[in-house]
Write a protein that binds this ligand. Structure first.
Ligand SMILES: Nc1ncnc2c1ncn2[C@@H]1O[C@H](COP(=O)(O)OP(=O)(O)OP(=O)(O)O)[C@@H](O)[C@H]1O
Length: 263
């Protein structure tokens, strides 16, 4: 599914020192990572290891203090609709309708109203919120809000979707439904996704590639392809999570992280 042609994202020896007085040193140090079009990259690592820092650099919210991060060969310099971001807690406008929220990015770019309406319908259907467009965001459940947030990001047709623990606050059942949804969207649209999670099962169930970061300062200590998300799409169930291979990879990642924390 993933063609290793030219990298979409290139992170080259990136470090970030927030420069606080506590003298903690850099949050991430010498991180290098190439992401290819169509990859679903899940990033794991202990709390505080700098996962969100790396995502914020890719989003253009902050600039690295060392190294460079580029998209399509151009240095990332500030925020841009080319990179859609979805956080753990939705950043939607609670008192606006779902439709207005989802169409917000297009209206800011002065896209014609009829086109916005069409695109909003399309992306609401994509996240299975067809019947909820006229509701206000505060009327939605947590899972629905995250679906609306995903639609709001996707409607701008970003080159990469950056997701920071997007399902971290959801109950297990909703989380499972959301994982199935994002996997199907990824498979259908060939999006490139950078997805941060604390949950080792989620990383293996979703990612076509899993990246593990070390404790502070964050460095990449493992980076490998994961076949399970494609297996789940093929088999239309996630029984693969009970396979020997899945459980072995799960154990290895957990050992890697816990050993790193203890050292
Ligand atoms: N704005 C900031 N100013 C100063 N230090 C910061 C800032 N944001 C993060 N840090 C520090 O940088 C380090 C990495 O934080 P970051 O949020 O990137 O880690 P994380 O791996 O995403 O953590 P978690 O999994 O708990 O969300 C931490 O030590 C954190 O305290």
């Amino acid at each position: 599914m993933v063609e290793k042609t030219k990298e979409l994202i290139s992170v080259d020896n990136v470090s970030l020192d927030y420069g606080g007085k506590d003298g903690n040193g850099p949050a991430i140090k010498d991180v290098s990572l190439d992401i290819y079009p169509g990859e679903f990259v899940c990033v794991m690592g202990p709390s505080g290891c700098g996962k969100s820092t790396l995502l914020k650099i890719l989003a253009g919210f902050i600039k690295p203090t060392g190294g460079t991060a580029s998209l399509d060969g151009n240095k990332i310099n500030g925020i841009d609709a080319q990179r859609g971001v979805v956080f753990q807690n939705s950043t939607l406008y609670e008192w606006y309708s779902v439709k207005k929220n989802v169409g917000f990015g297009l209206s800011m770019r002065h896209v014609a109203k009829a086109t916005i309406a069409e695109e909003v319908e399309k992306y609401l259907a994509e996240v299975k919120l067809d019947d909820w467009g006229d509701k206000k965001v505060f009327e939605l459940s947590g899972g629905m809000k995250q679906r609306a947030a995903i639609a709001s990001a996707l409607i701008n047709k970003p080159e990469i979707l950056l997701m920071d623990e997007p399902f971290g606050a959801l109950d297990a059942l909703t989380k499972n439904q959301m994982q199935n949804l994002i996997r199907r969207i990824w498979a259908k649209s060939h999006n490139t996704i950078f997805f941060i999670t604390h949950d080792v099962d989620e990383a293996l169930l979703l990612g076509s590639r899993v990246v593990v970061m070390s404790k502070h300062p964050g460095r990449i200590i493992a980076d490998f392809p994961a076949p399970f998300t494609t297996d789940i799409l093929r088999d239309n169930d996630d029984d693969i999570r009970y396979s020997k291979d899945f459980l072995a990879k799960r154990k290895k990642i957990l050992e890697m992280i816990s050993q790193d924390i203890l050292e």
